[in-house]
Design a protein around this ligand. Sequence first.
Ligand code: DX5
Ligand code: ZN
Length: 221
Amino acid sequence: MNDFIIAPSILSADFARLGEEVDNVLKAGADIIHFDVMDNHYVPNLTIGPMVCKALRKHGVTADIDVHLMVKPVDRMIGDFIEAGASIITFHPEASEHIDRSLQMIRDGGCKAGLVFNPATPLHYLKHVMDKVDMILLMSVNPGFGGQSFIPSTLDKLREARALIDASGYNIRLEVDGGVSEKNIAEIARAGADTFVAGSAIFGKDDYKSVIDLMRNELAS
Ligand code: DX5
Ligand code: ZN
Protein backbone atom coordinates (compact mmCIF):
# COMPACT_ATOMS: atom_id res chain seq x y z
CA MET A 1 0.00 0.00 0.00
CA ASN A 2 1.04 3.61 -0.60
CA ASP A 3 2.13 5.71 2.36
CA PHE A 4 -0.87 7.91 1.72
CA ILE A 5 -4.15 6.25 0.88
CA ILE A 6 -6.92 8.03 -1.00
CA ALA A 7 -10.31 6.48 -0.31
CA PRO A 8 -13.16 7.93 -2.36
CA SER A 9 -16.50 7.68 -0.57
CA ILE A 10 -19.08 6.20 -2.92
CA LEU A 11 -21.77 8.02 -0.96
CA SER A 12 -21.36 10.80 -3.52
CA ALA A 13 -21.17 8.47 -6.55
CA ASP A 14 -24.04 7.95 -8.98
CA PHE A 15 -25.78 4.94 -7.42
CA ALA A 16 -27.55 4.17 -10.68
CA ARG A 17 -24.14 3.39 -12.22
CA LEU A 18 -22.24 2.26 -9.13
CA GLY A 19 -20.05 -0.46 -10.68
CA GLU A 20 -18.89 1.86 -13.42
CA GLU A 21 -18.27 4.70 -10.94
CA VAL A 22 -16.09 2.44 -8.77
CA ASP A 23 -14.16 1.19 -11.82
CA ASN A 24 -13.61 4.77 -12.99
CA VAL A 25 -12.41 6.11 -9.66
CA LEU A 26 -9.98 3.21 -9.24
CA LYS A 27 -8.72 3.75 -12.77
CA ALA A 28 -8.27 7.42 -11.86
CA GLY A 29 -5.83 6.43 -9.11
CA ALA A 30 -7.88 5.80 -5.97
CA ASP A 31 -6.28 3.25 -3.61
CA ILE A 32 -9.34 1.83 -1.85
CA ILE A 33 -13.11 2.35 -1.81
CA HIS A 34 -14.83 3.89 1.21
CA PHE A 35 -18.28 2.36 1.72
CA ASP A 36 -20.67 4.28 4.00
CA VAL A 37 -23.36 2.22 5.72
CA MET A 38 -26.14 4.27 7.34
CA ASP A 39 -29.16 2.81 9.11
CA ASN A 40 -31.55 5.73 9.80
CA HIS A 41 -31.11 4.94 13.51
CA TYR A 42 -27.53 5.65 14.52
CA VAL A 43 -27.45 8.38 11.85
CA PRO A 44 -30.38 10.17 10.19
CA ASN A 45 -29.86 8.73 6.72
CA LEU A 46 -30.19 5.39 4.97
CA THR A 47 -27.72 4.06 2.41
CA ILE A 48 -26.38 0.70 1.31
CA GLY A 49 -25.70 -2.65 2.92
CA PRO A 50 -23.86 -5.95 2.43
CA MET A 51 -25.73 -6.86 -0.76
CA VAL A 52 -24.23 -3.87 -2.53
CA CYS A 53 -20.74 -4.76 -1.28
CA LYS A 54 -21.22 -8.29 -2.58
CA ALA A 55 -22.46 -6.93 -5.92
CA LEU A 56 -19.31 -4.82 -6.29
CA ARG A 57 -17.16 -7.91 -5.70
CA LYS A 58 -19.22 -9.82 -8.25
CA HIS A 59 -18.76 -6.93 -10.67
CA GLY A 60 -14.99 -7.54 -10.39
CA VAL A 61 -13.80 -4.96 -7.88
CA THR A 62 -10.60 -6.30 -6.29
CA ALA A 63 -9.49 -3.14 -4.43
CA ASP A 64 -9.89 -3.02 -0.68
CA ILE A 65 -13.39 -2.04 0.43
CA ASP A 66 -13.30 0.09 3.58
CA VAL A 67 -16.69 -0.37 5.24
CA HIS A 68 -17.67 2.46 7.59
CA LEU A 69 -20.54 1.19 9.74
CA MET A 70 -22.82 3.96 10.98
CA VAL A 71 -25.26 1.47 12.47
CA LYS A 72 -26.57 0.42 15.84
CA PRO A 73 -26.43 -2.39 16.86
CA VAL A 74 -23.11 -3.15 15.19
CA ASP A 75 -22.40 -6.86 15.53
CA ARG A 76 -24.99 -8.37 13.19
CA MET A 77 -23.65 -6.30 10.31
CA ILE A 78 -20.07 -7.44 10.92
CA GLY A 79 -20.66 -11.04 9.88
CA ASP A 80 -22.70 -9.96 6.87
CA PHE A 81 -19.98 -7.62 5.61
CA ILE A 82 -17.21 -10.19 6.15
CA GLU A 83 -19.24 -12.57 4.03
CA ALA A 84 -19.90 -9.83 1.44
CA GLY A 85 -16.19 -9.24 0.80
CA ALA A 86 -15.28 -6.26 3.00
CA SER A 87 -11.56 -5.68 3.60
CA ILE A 88 -11.67 -3.19 6.46
CA ILE A 89 -14.60 -2.72 8.84
CA THR A 90 -14.82 0.25 11.18
CA PHE A 91 -17.57 1.09 13.66
CA HIS A 92 -18.41 3.78 16.20
CA PRO A 93 -17.52 2.55 19.70
CA GLU A 94 -20.53 4.15 21.39
CA ALA A 95 -22.78 2.14 19.02
CA SER A 96 -21.35 -1.19 20.22
CA GLU A 97 -22.24 -2.85 23.51
CA HIS A 98 -19.01 -4.86 23.49
CA ILE A 99 -16.24 -3.02 21.69
CA ASP A 100 -13.56 -5.62 22.29
CA ARG A 101 -15.82 -8.39 21.00
CA SER A 102 -16.82 -6.43 17.88
CA LEU A 103 -13.16 -5.76 17.04
CA GLN A 104 -12.29 -9.41 17.58
CA MET A 105 -15.18 -10.56 15.37
CA ILE A 106 -13.86 -8.39 12.54
CA ARG A 107 -10.31 -9.71 12.82
CA ASP A 108 -11.49 -13.30 13.24
CA GLY A 109 -13.29 -12.84 9.92
CA GLY A 110 -10.02 -11.94 8.22
CA CYS A 111 -10.72 -8.19 7.91
CA LYS A 112 -8.87 -5.21 9.30
CA ALA A 113 -10.68 -3.59 12.23
CA GLY A 114 -11.09 0.02 13.27
CA LEU A 115 -12.88 2.46 15.53
CA VAL A 116 -14.51 5.68 14.35
CA PHE A 117 -14.72 8.83 16.44
CA ASN A 118 -17.29 11.55 15.89
CA PRO A 119 -16.04 15.13 16.30
CA ALA A 120 -17.08 15.20 19.98
CA THR A 121 -16.34 11.57 20.87
CA PRO A 122 -13.23 11.27 23.04
CA LEU A 123 -10.37 8.99 22.08
CA HIS A 124 -10.35 7.26 25.47
CA TYR A 125 -12.24 4.29 23.99
CA LEU A 126 -8.89 3.30 22.49
CA LYS A 127 -7.14 2.86 25.79
CA HIS A 128 -7.61 -0.88 26.24
CA VAL A 129 -7.88 -1.94 22.61
CA MET A 130 -4.88 -0.39 20.84
CA ASP A 131 -3.59 -3.89 20.12
CA LYS A 132 -6.85 -4.79 18.39
CA VAL A 133 -7.23 -1.91 15.93
CA ASP A 134 -5.71 -1.61 12.48
CA MET A 135 -7.29 1.76 11.78
CA ILE A 136 -8.49 4.82 13.68
CA LEU A 137 -10.99 6.92 11.74
CA LEU A 138 -11.61 10.48 12.88
CA MET A 139 -14.79 12.07 11.61
CA SER A 140 -14.21 15.66 10.60
CA VAL A 141 -17.96 16.22 10.16
CA ASN A 142 -20.94 14.84 12.06
CA PRO A 143 -21.78 11.59 10.30
CA GLY A 144 -24.82 11.13 8.10
CA PHE A 145 -24.27 13.18 4.96
CA GLY A 146 -21.70 13.99 2.32
CA GLY A 147 -20.79 17.50 1.30
CA GLN A 148 -20.37 19.07 4.77
CA SER A 149 -17.54 21.39 5.83
CA PHE A 150 -14.42 20.12 7.57
CA ILE A 151 -14.52 20.88 11.32
CA PRO A 152 -11.16 22.57 12.12
CA SER A 153 -10.81 21.15 15.67
CA THR A 154 -10.22 17.78 13.98
CA LEU A 155 -6.63 18.90 13.33
CA ASP A 156 -5.82 18.93 17.05
CA LYS A 157 -7.57 15.60 17.50
CA LEU A 158 -5.52 14.14 14.64
CA ARG A 159 -2.32 15.25 16.37
CA GLU A 160 -3.57 13.59 19.57
CA ALA A 161 -4.40 10.35 17.73
CA ARG A 162 -1.06 10.40 15.89
CA ALA A 163 0.78 10.72 19.22
CA LEU A 164 -1.19 7.78 20.65
CA ILE A 165 -0.40 5.63 17.63
CA ASP A 166 3.30 6.50 17.65
CA ALA A 167 3.54 5.85 21.40
CA SER A 168 1.79 2.48 21.01
CA GLY A 169 4.29 1.16 18.48
CA TYR A 170 1.46 -0.61 16.61
CA ASN A 171 0.95 -0.36 12.87
CA ILE A 172 -2.32 1.59 12.81
CA ARG A 173 -3.65 3.72 9.94
CA LEU A 174 -5.06 7.15 10.79
CA GLU A 175 -7.98 7.98 8.52
CA VAL A 176 -9.99 11.18 8.28
CA ASP A 177 -13.51 11.46 6.88
CA GLY A 178 -15.60 14.51 6.03
CA GLY A 179 -14.96 17.71 4.13
CA VAL A 180 -11.59 16.56 2.79
CA SER A 181 -10.55 18.14 -0.53
CA GLU A 182 -7.47 19.02 -2.52
CA LYS A 183 -7.54 22.37 -0.68
CA ASN A 184 -7.05 21.05 2.87
CA ILE A 185 -5.51 17.59 2.36
CA ALA A 186 -1.91 18.78 2.88
CA GLU A 187 -2.75 20.44 6.21
CA ILE A 188 -4.64 17.32 7.31
CA ALA A 189 -1.64 15.15 6.43
CA ARG A 190 0.65 17.46 8.40
CA ALA A 191 -1.59 16.88 11.44
CA GLY A 192 -0.89 13.14 11.16
CA ALA A 193 -3.48 11.54 8.88
CA ASP A 194 -2.32 8.98 6.32
CA THR A 195 -5.65 7.84 4.86
CA PHE A 196 -8.10 10.30 3.33
CA VAL A 197 -11.77 9.77 2.60
CA ALA A 198 -13.22 12.18 0.06
CA GLY A 199 -16.70 11.96 -1.37
CA SER A 200 -18.02 15.16 -2.92
CA ALA A 201 -14.53 16.52 -3.61
CA ILE A 202 -13.95 13.63 -6.04
CA PHE A 203 -17.36 12.51 -7.29
CA GLY A 204 -18.52 16.12 -7.56
CA LYS A 205 -16.00 16.68 -10.36
CA ASP A 206 -16.21 15.42 -13.93
CA ASP A 207 -12.56 14.39 -14.07
CA TYR A 208 -11.72 12.09 -11.15
CA LYS A 209 -8.10 11.64 -12.23
CA SER A 210 -7.26 15.32 -12.19
CA VAL A 211 -8.61 15.82 -8.65
CA ILE A 212 -6.87 12.69 -7.33
CA ASP A 213 -3.64 13.83 -9.01
CA LEU A 214 -4.06 17.25 -7.39
CA MET A 215 -4.50 15.57 -4.00
CA ARG A 216 -1.34 13.50 -4.51
CA ASN A 217 0.61 16.61 -5.52
CA GLU A 218 -0.58 18.35 -2.38
CA LEU A 219 0.46 15.34 -0.30
CA ALA A 220 3.90 15.35 -1.89
CA SER A 221 4.40 19.06 -1.16
C1 DX5 B 1 -20.31 11.00 6.28
C2 DX5 B 1 -19.58 9.88 5.60
C3 DX5 B 1 -18.51 10.31 4.69
C4 DX5 B 1 -18.96 11.17 3.54
C5 DX5 B 1 -17.88 12.14 3.24
O1 DX5 B 1 -21.10 10.50 7.30
O2 DX5 B 1 -19.00 9.01 6.56
O3 DX5 B 1 -17.72 9.23 4.24
O4 DX5 B 1 -19.25 10.47 2.38
O5 DX5 B 1 -18.34 13.01 2.26
P1 DX5 B 1 -17.57 14.34 1.91
O6 DX5 B 1 -16.19 13.98 1.48
O7 DX5 B 1 -18.39 14.92 0.81
O8 DX5 B 1 -17.55 15.20 3.16
ZN1 ZN C 1 -17.49 7.48 5.92
